[in-house]
Design a protein around this ligand. Structure first.
Ligand code: ASP
Ligand code: MG
Length: 242
């Protein structure tokens, strides 16, 4: 079974029209006879808005309940993306972190993935379903919902790709790859065709926002090939991190 993991960030899934655009990237892989697992972030500013709503109540929320609240955004995207795929004639099913399950420690708000159980996801793939998984969330040993820290859907994607031994993990974002500097701010920024995990880690630690640093470390340890590419360009080659 040739498995591809694709991750779509908040701007890529921000509204219904964008969800349809995301379907195009998924269907493209399906047409190559790949099994596709999709990890989604919350739509647009959803997570920020949830945190704003929390702050209306308290600046010092119970940590467990904070995670229950902020995990909601990804659930909405997962269901809507499955419906969008179904509408175009493709079989798909959503899974939340706990349903996979993605097991984490109990460090609420910044949990670490301990284990990903792949049995259910593999079964869905065998039945030719596209599996859409809510990013950024897991479950601890006491059945508490946990979240992986801001930007954590990248980590979900790499962990899933590692556990499923996927041939690659495509991270779709609003820039068409990894640049030497922020392409929106610097005209001299150059795009890398390929960079090493170490170089990527260095950049993530220096504040480059394209990939979460935890996820780069995990990819290096588990030798997952990452491709960072644009959601909004049809034929983006992107940047390979390996
Ligand atoms: N929705 C979460 C956040 O905004 C996780 C993610 O997008 O990766 O941080
Ligand atoms: Mg991100």
């Amino acid at each position: 079974m040739e498995i591809v993991v694709q991750k779509f960030g908040g701007t890529s899934v921000a509204d219904t029209e964008k969800l349809y655009n995301v379907c195009k990237h998924i269907i493209k892989e399906k047409k190559k006879n790949k099994k596709v697992v999709v990890i989604v972030s919350a739509q647009g500013d959803t997570t920020d808005n949830l945190i704003k709503q929390e702050k209306e109540i308290t600046e010092v929320p119970n940590k467990r309940e904070h995670d229950v609240l902020v995990a909601v955004g990804e659930q909405i995207t997962a269901a809507k993306l499955v419906m969008s795929l179904n509408k175009q004639g493709y079989k798909a099913i959503s899974y939340l972190g706990w349903q996979v399950p993605i097991i984490t420690d109990s460090n609420f708000g910044d949990a670490n993935i301990i284990q990903v159980k792949t049995k259910k996801v593999l079964k869905e793939l065998e039945q030719d379903n596209i599996v859409v998984i809510a990013g950024f969330q897991g479950i601890d040993e006491n059945n508490n919902i946990t979240t992986l820290g801001r930007g954590g859907s990248d980590t979900t994607a790499i962990a899933m790709a590692a556990a499923l031994k996927a041939e690659k993990c495509e991270i779709f974002t609003d820039v068409d790859g990894v640049y030497s500097a922020d392409p929106n701010k610097s005209k001299n920024a150059i795009k890398y065709e390929k960079i090493s995990y170490n170089k990527m880690l260095e950049m993530a630690n220096n504040g480059a926002k394209v990939l979460h640093n935890k996820c780069v470390k995990l990819a290096q340890e588990s030798k997952v090939k990452i491709v960072v590419k644009s959601t909004f360009k049809e034929e983006s080659e992107g940047t390979i991190v390996e």
